[in-house]
Design a protein around this ligand. Structure first.
Ligand code: ADP
Ligand code: MG
Length: 920
């Protein structure tokens, strides 16, 4: 076996007791490579297996459920070992990555024969050819087709004036996307949840940071790296080196901090791919403020891409995703993660959907074409790092042909809007000659991997045809030889077979074996092997033919692999055009899918502008509606209007100077009435409108929302070990501190996590603050009926309630949202519906009657009258006096971290400090 060639068991010739000092040359090599790749499991290639040793073997055998064996001794101890067959290694890699491990793949880089030639004790040369980490995957089997796989680099610039900045760069090497941006530390959580990386890299210092460290450690995989990877002084040079340009100026405009993160990302990719540089798009810069800010809690609450239980099924994305290609699905997820804040960009997307809403024939044809179009960007990425196969080439071929088909179909559109016109331009870009060349070169049926050949079409290259003929002709000669031998030996069942150990051999059953081993036949037949039922021989003639066949076969394979490399190079040269076309397909997929959704589920085009308006007519919740539909239940549509009250203003508002801001709706109603559903549907409609989708309503007018906040009271966050109430308050604090006039805020039963009066008081004060200071459009659901008294004092606060009907002592939910407030909470009726025992229900009723006699509502109304509203301090008044110059200098000095600075940064910081000195 191959393993023996490079791994003579070290204990063969020496008793274990004498071993401690001796380390075999192979173990020496292993330990050296292992030491150079700390923190990674080492896949050490030995013949047809990747072997793991020591601790690695123990981890892998546990994670993969494979047998742990031992091999030889190291310093007197058994060496634990386990192995995975190379052929099935992708599957094992997948499971190790899933389990949070990273793997260094170490290959034999020379023929074992060459090592033997150097001397008996020589070890086959080996090198690590790739580090497999969660953020740097390209294999289809390792990737989720419908999701991007981002590697994110996070860099920090410590500002001497306070207010550190964070630079972010994220790359999907399986699609070549490369994006950079900058944000304040306070925005990091929202930005991370938007990007949703599969792996992040940071500096050791940032990883250990008291404030940001915990946030980073929540990411699925974080790798702290040494300072040099994040060195801003060498960033530009490393980027130029990667993109093989003299200056980055022509490729992309980046801040120094963004460039630092970008350089860290490409440096890490370089390290993991060990010299094979996957082509990347030049970093595109995402200007801050161009997307709707949505923090992680809001994303989770609204169940945008995953439900609270962590499933894709039941999420908004799942409900609206009618795309037919993985790339389209990825783009839709990207858009959903980052809704736009510019109305022109939104209108551009809406125009594209509108045209496919209008023309269902073209839409359906396009979707049929797309279904057959392969995932070009991922095929291309695999080919460029040398991990592609023949089917990836075929994918590009089919993709280009699909572009032609799509163009023909799009030509039927009368007046294509800008986004579709751009799609058409992109689809025209890839060279048609390239596709025709691939068409000529590739066989009908293609193997998955290129290793064994058999993918080049007959007639494509004369030299290949010739060697193949030679190989096949020799095979015919073998067949003739078998007939001849059978005749000569009069053994009818004589066969000529082939296997990898013996090559070609003659095989007869055991009963005929002796005959061939005796004269005269033994002059021709040389015995090789006796098995239980068969005896195997070779002949001189067979050996010759075998050499010829092997030679022709090798040459044919060599030629095929050459052709593969040639075609691959053609694809890589054309990669920019191919990527543009692939992206165009994704856009087309999203546009047609959202159009189909709009038609099937009755969505309308929203009117999005820069006002502070928010008026939804007959709005619906996309996910709840779909769920009810499956059960044959109707969804009751509801209107919502949070727009500033238009002039002429009614008496209590006129002349107040506060009428410009949006309204607050306070929604009361019993449990299960539909309050939470109503709140969320309005948030989702705003979000859908701003990703440029039609929305589930009969009409929607929405003034751009810059930030969306959604909070639910009493949501447990046990994973982070914070109590329910603490979580609720932390999240509420974020809103009260950050929501602007342009934000949309959804508060669902805030204050629930504590004793009644605490909770009520907090909810009360929060509403006053939202009304007076944040002045944002707000929906507030509550079970505290007392709060409805606030509408008397707060001019932009309106009470709404979800209607229920009492019928024969039971409660019937009508799910209709109307002006007014709930008179009671029907808790007991709901408890009855839930099946509480009748005596408990009866007793509860009598307790309630007693309590109601005390009438808490009265107290609340009195409170609303008593507390002067404008006791709420306004934002300006709450601000502390600006710090003196000396204080500013001290603060700036405190913020400096000399250990994290390069000499140049230190010098810059000195200048900045000096500039702060009071001028004489
Ligand atoms: P609440 O927050 O008032 O307790 P939910 O919003 O959780 O109520 O709604 C409870 C259930 O009522 C939902 O799961 C849904 O099945 C149903 N429901 C809510 N709103 C509607 C509606 N507009 N039309 C039909 N059914 C609805
Ligand atoms: Mg609720």
């Amino acid at each position: 076996m191959t393993i023996q060639q490079s791994f003579p068991p070290p204990t063969d010739d020496a008793p274990a007791a004498e071993m401690p000092a001796r380390v075999t040359p192979m173990m020496e090599q292993y330990l050296e490579i292992k030491a150079a790749n700390p923190g990674l499991l080492l896949f050490y290639r030995m013949g047809d297996f990747y072997e793991l040793f020591f601790e690695d073997a123990e981890i892998a055998s546990k994670t993969l459920g494979i047998v742990l064996t031992k091999r030889g001794k190291h310093q007197g101890m058994d060496i634990p070992m386990c192995g995975v067959p190379v052929e099935r290694s992708e599957d094992y890699l997948h499971r190790l990555i899933e389990a949070g491990h990273r793997v260094a793949v170490c290959e034999q880089t020379e023929d074992p024969a060459a090592a033997r030639a150097r001397g008996n004790k020589s070890v086959v040369r080996r090198d690590v050819v790739r580090l497999v980490t969660p953020g740097t995957l390209t294999e289809d089997t390792l990737l989720d087709a419908r999701a991007n796989n981002y590697l994110l680099a996070i860099a920090r610039a410590r500002a001497s004036t306070g207010g550190d900045r964070i630079g972010l760069a994220w790359i999907d090497i399986s699609t070549s996307e490369f994006i950079v941006t900058e944000c304040a530390t306070g925005e990091l959580a929202a930005t991370l949840s938007r990007i949703n990386p599969n792996e992040a890299i940071v500096t050791d210092a940032l990883y250990g940071d008291a404030d940001l460290g915990p946030l980073l450690r929540e990411l699925p995989a974080v790798t702290p790296l040494t300072r040099d990877v994040f060195d801003s002084a060498t960033a530009e040079r490393r980027l130029c080196d990667y993109f093989a340009v003299a200056t980055m100026d022509g490729l992309s405009a980046m801040s120094r901090l963004e460039a630092t993160a970008a350089a860290a990302a490409v440096t890490y990719i370089d390290r993991t791919q060990v010299g094979k540089r996957p082509p990347l798009s030049p970093p595109s810069r995402e200007a801050s403020g161009t997307t709707m800010a949505i923090d992680p809690a809001t994303r989770a609450n609204l169940e945008l891409t995953r439900t609270l239980a962590g499933e894709r099924r039941g999420s908004l994305l799942d409900a609206i995703d009618c795309t037919v290609t993985p790339a389209g699905s990825r783009l839709l997820a990207q858009r959903l993660a980052a809704p736009l804040t510019d109305s022109a960009g939104i209108a551009r997307r809406l125009d594209a959907i509108a045209i496919f809403v209008a023309d269902s024939a073209v839409r359906d044809d396009i979707r049929t074409t797309l279904r057959a179009a392969p995932d070009m960007s991922r095929a291309l990425a695999r080919l460029s790092v040398g991990r592609g196969g023949p089917r990836d080439l075929a994918g590009l071929r089919d993709g280009i042909f699909a572009a032609d088909a799509a163009l023909e179909q799009l030509a039927r559109l009368d007046d294509p809007p800008a986004e579709i016109a751009a799609v058409m331009d992109a689809l025209r870009r890839p060279s048609r000659d390239l596709a025709r060349e691939f068409e000529r070169a590739l066989s009908e049926e293609l193997p998955l991997i290129k290793r064994d050949g058999g993918f080049v079409r007959e007639g494509y290259e004369a030299a290949l045809d010739e060697t193949r003929n030679l190989r096949d002709a020799s095979r015919l000669v073998v067949a003739a030889m078998q007939a001849r031998y059978a005749d000569a030996t009069s053994v009818k069942g004589l066969k000529i077979r082939h296997n990898n150990v013996l090559g070609y051999f003659v095989e007869v059953t055991a009963q005929h074996g002796d005959k061939l081993m005796a004269p005269p036949l033994n002059a021709t037949f040389i015995h090789r092997q006796t098995l239980a039922g068969q005896v195997r021989f070779t002949t001189a003639e067979l050996g010759e033919i075998e050499a010829k066949i092997a030679d022709a076969g090798d040459r044919a394979l060599g030629l095929e692999l050459e052709i593969f490399e040639r075609l691959c190079a053609l694809a890589i040269v054309a990669s920019e055009d191919l990527r543009a076309a692939a992206h165009a397909f994704a856009i087309l997929d999203v546009a047609t899918a959202l159009a189909k959704l709009a038609v099937d589920d009755n969505y309308v085009r929203p009117e999005v502008d820069t006002s502070l308006g928010f008026a939804i007519e007959a709005g619906r919740h996309p996910v709840v509606e779909a769920a009810l539909k499956r059960d044959g239940q109707p969804f009751i549509a509801n209107a919502c209007d949070l727009s500033p009250v238009p002039p002429p203003y009614p008496p209590p508002l006129a002349g107040e100077g506060r009428v410009g801001a949006g309204q607050i709706w306070l929604i009361t109603g019993p449990n299960m009435a539909g309050k939470s559903t109503f709140l969320r549907q309005n948030a989702l409609i705003a979000l859908l409108a701003q990703i440029g989708s039609f929305v589930p309503a009969s009409r929607a007018r929405i003034g751009i929302v810059d930030r969306l906040f959604s909070r639910v009271g009493a949501a447990d966050d046990l994973a982070r070990g914070r109590s329910t109430f603490m979580v609720e308050m932390v999240e509420t604090a974020v809103i009260l501190n950050q929501a602007s006039e342009r934000s949309l805020v959804i508060l669902d039963e805030i204050g629930r996590g504590t004793a009644t009066f605490d909770g009520l008081s907090i909810a009360w004060a929060a509403i006053e603050h939202l009304h007076e200071n944040n002045r944002c459009r707000t929906l507030f659901a509550t079970h505290y009926h007392e709060l409805t008294a606030l509408s008397a004092k707060l001019p932009r606060l309106f009470n709404a309630t979800v209607r229920v009907k009492e019928w024969q002592g039971d409660v019937v939910f009508l799910h209709e949202v109307l002006p007014g407030s709930a008179d009671r909470s029907y808790g007991i009726q709901v408890a009855k519906l839930a099946g509480l025992p009748p005596p408990v229900i009866a007793r509860a009723k009598s307790v309630l009657a007693k309590l109601e006699a005390q009438d808490r509502g009265q107290t609340a109304r009195a409170l609303a009258d008593d507390l002067p509203l404008f006791a709420v301090p306004s934002r300006a008044a709450a601000e502390p006096a600006p710090p003196s110059e000396a204080e500013q200098l001290i603060e700036a000095l405190k913020a400096l971290h000399p250990d994290e600075m390069s000499p140049r940064e230190a010098l810059e910081a000195l200048y900045a400090l000096k500039a702060k000195l009071p001028k004489q």
